[in-house]
Design a protein around this ligand. Structure first.
Ligand code: ZN
Length: 331
């Protein structure tokens, strides 16, 4: 019997919406309500302690420490309570999952499939309240598993292969360090597999209409190639030829050539968009600026495309998505 989808219930949560000004910036991109197409989850750790209201205020404007540059969808505190800080169906696409340019683990394959905008737009962000050296609590693993199950099931993903999705050719349950150069989630892959085991059991329970209690089901993910399947089925050689050489300008005034990198954020963003649009501009200059200003990276192309990164959690985005974010922001 085929699996039946979208029956996994959303686990109980407390709604604590973060307050932000109505314009893009402030840690999110304004989008038409309901237009995020969620395909999975990015699991984060707070690397600090605090209650639900404390984290709501932390991201809120005015006055919150991360008012200007970050927002997440959910927080799960040590006692397993789920707080919803941003409703994924509203008009805010949070900057939660980006980071300095670097992909690891399941990151390159996800990026090759979903491109730059998929990082924040297509992944729910969950913060687990924990310090770097702590494990997830049993209650967090349980709540996190149920929340993961809900979102993966909403996208009609099968419990059998979860967290790998054959039709996408990648894993859609990620830890933050796999997408940005951060230590968020590093060393917690064992905890994240326990979260995924709860999620997989829960998905089976509803999709296969299993009767009786279901134990956690540890996921088995087939090993992935180091070089992800490239958008458009291109070979690395062909992609390299079309890419040419990007020139990177560092803050000390030096330049260095940056050829196509099949595991690189800029290379995969470019290739993803070329295949999507049929346009093949050449990358030209990459200005990597210091943290002092708001703009951290700008990449220009031989047409009017621009990749920019103006906040850590934002990651790189195409400027057409980001124009509004360049408006002055109260620091
Ligand atoms: Zn994180």
């Amino acid at each position: 019997m085929p699996n039946s989808y979208r029956r996994v219930p959303h686990p109980p949560f407390i709604d604590l919406p973060v307050s932000k000004p109505a314009a893009s910036g402030y840690g999110y991109t304004r989008i038409p309500a309901g237009s995020r197409r969620i395909v999975g989850v990015m699991n984060h750790e707070t690397q600090g302690r605090g209650s639900g209201p404390w984290y709501r205020d932390f991201f809120s404007c005015p006055g919150g420490q991360r008012c200007a540059d970050a927002l997440v969808d959910y927080l799960i505190t040590r006692d397993g309570t789920i707080y919803r800080l941003n409703d994924p169906k509203n008009n805010r696409s949070p900057w939660a999952n980006g980071g300095p340019l670097g992909l690891e683990g399941d990151g390159p394959a996800f990026y090759a499939r979903f491109g730059a905008s998929g990082v924040n737009n297509s992944l729910i962000s969950i913060e687990f309240e924990k310090l770097d050296n702590e494990d997830f609590t049993t209650a967090q693993i349980q709540s996190g598993g149920l929340l993961n199950a809900y979102w993966h099931d909403q996208d009609d993903q099968d419990w059998e292969t979860y967290p790998y999705v054959p039709r996408y050719g990648c894993v859609t349950s990620l830890a933050h360090f796999e997408i940005g150069t951060t230590n968020c989630g590093k060393g917690e892959l064992d905890d994240i597999s326990r979260v995924q085991a709860v999620a997989r059991g829960e998905m089976k329970r509803w999709q296969a209409m299993a009767t009786g209690p279901i134990a956690p089901l540890p996921p088995i993910v087939p090993s992935q190639p180091d070089i992800p399947a490239l958008p458009g089925g291109l070979s690395v050689e062909e992609a390299s030829r079309r890419f040419g050489t990007l020139i990177k300008h560092t803050p000390d005034g030096k330049t260095k050539p940056a050829p196509f990198d099949p595991r690189g954020v800029i290379s995969l963003s470019w290739l993803h968009r070329c295949v999507e649009t049929g346009e093949w501009p050449r990358p030209e200059d990459w200005w990597a600026l210091t943290d002092s200003g708001r703009t951290l990276d700008i990449v220009t192309f031989s047409n009017d495309w621009q990749l920019i990164r103006t906040a850590d959690r934002q990651g790189v985005m195409w400027a057409r998505f980001a124009d509004a974010q360049l408006e002055p922001v109260a620091a």
